[in-house]
Design a protein around this ligand. Structure first.
Ligand code: 5AD
Ligand code: SF4
Length: 355
């Protein structure tokens, strides 16, 4: 089958509708083969530090939206973030991810710049830093890149601008989000995006278009995962058609097709996906994902409620959780790429093309 044929939207859609296990196994095998071409059997580690749940936005699906009064807000101290980063570094993590709600202030920017410089110095620039901080100005992105940020994740959530509107209040703007992705690339970041899968009113056509969007936007990294309905958010009222098994199936197909279509990007097995796995095996790692983001900061109480229900980062210690992740990777027939940054190869090919 010619590669060009495979990537047509009709073919992508047919895969989503496919229920033939034999055929699907072929798809998953092919995705794994493509993954091995770029990272053999290796899985890159990104230690996830959700350093704050303050957010200026009010997305209808998200547990840390500004209007949710049921959660306790926090901002970790510089020392807490540094000690988690150092722990990850010493365990052999090739990179960390600093994630928070969106706070677009100078004070926060200064805090981050200082933090990035300190982490880079402390780890002798041996650890990669991924940022996930939402929509900021191009100047802010530039400052974060210059201070030591290597990668930036900004999910488009859905590439369907009408569906996007139903998920966000009026002040959110699809065009602005796409512009941010362009800014991130032009500033020099390894740039990633992704969508939520299983959203109310999201169609197969939408998911196929999401994959085409990743390609058109020339993304280096993809981080997508299941939408998890959350009682404390406005979108919950639309959750009646939600089907966990269907969402899981669509998520696996998204990962595999994205791998086959985009080839040299990094794809993460999302933490939200992990909450849906009933067994210990992480299937995503066998069908296209080559990155995993274990939490490396754990709260000592469940009152720090997060993005969606059942996040695991208060019911374990970071040591126990990492043991579980190691076991999962082993069961998936993969190996941890200790001390490797695992930069997405696509970043380098994109940069070469633009020269
Ligand atoms: N289910 C799954 N993912 C969610 N996010 C926010 N709320 C939810 C939810 N209910 C994801 C969004 C956002 C990222 C930080 O968290 O995709 O980009
Ligand atoms: Fe804030 Fe991001 Fe949640 Fe929206 S999805 S409310 S921007 S943390």
């Amino acid at each position: 089958m010619a590669k060009e044929t495979f990537i047509s939207k009709e073919i992508i859609k047919n895969w989503f509708f496919c229920k033939d296990t034999k055929k699907l196994n072929k798809l998953y095998k092919q995705a794994n083969k493509e993954t091995k071409k770029i990272s053999q059997n290796k899985i890159y580690l990104r230690g996830l530090i959700e350093f704050s749940n303050f957010c200026q936005k009010n997305c209808f699906y998200c547990g840390i939206r500004k209007s949710n009064k049921e959660i306790k807000r926090y901002l970790l101290s510089k020392e807490e973030i540094l000690s988690s980063s150092l722990w990850a570094y010493r365990q052999g993590f090739g990179s960390i991810t600093l994630q928070s709600g969106e706070i677009d202030t100078e004070k926060r920017l200064d805090f981050l710049i200082d933090l990035l410089k300190t982490i880079k110095k402390m780890t002798k620039d041996e650890i990669g830093i991924t940022l996930s901080l939402g929509e900021l100005s191009k100047e802010a992105y530039k400052a974060l890149f210059q201070a030591g940020g290597d990668r930036y994740l900004l999910r488009i959530e859905t590439s369907n601008s009408s569906l996007y509107k139903t998920l966000h209040p009026q002040d959110h703007n699809f065009k602005r989000r796409t512009q941010c992705l362009e800014d991130l690339k032009s500033v020099g970041f390894q740039t990633g995006t992704g969508v939520m899968i299983g959203l109310p009113k999201q169609t197969i056509e939408d998911l196929a278009n999401d994959i085409i969007f990743y390609k058109t936007m020339d993304m280096d990294m993809i981080g997508m995962g299941p939408y998890i309905p959350d009682k404390e958010t406005p979108l919950y009222k639309n959750h009646s058609g939600y089907d966990t098994m269907r969402t899981l199936d669509l998520t696996h197909k998204m990962i595999a097709i994205t791998r086959i279509f985009l080839k040299d990007v990094n794809i993460v097995a999302s933490t939200a996906l992990e909450t849906l796995y009933a067994n210990e095996k992480n299937l995503a790692l066998q069908i296209g994902a080559n990155v995993i983001m274990p939490y490396v900061y754990f709260h000592n109480s469940d009152k720090y409620y997060h993005l969606y229900p059942n996040q695991p980062n208060f019911s374990f210690t970071k040591e126990k959780y990492f043991e579980k992740i190691k076991e999962q990777i082993k069961k998936s027939g993969k190996k941890i790429a200790y001390f490797e940054k695992g930069d997405p190869l696509h970043y380098f090919s994109r940069r070469r093309r633009k020269k």
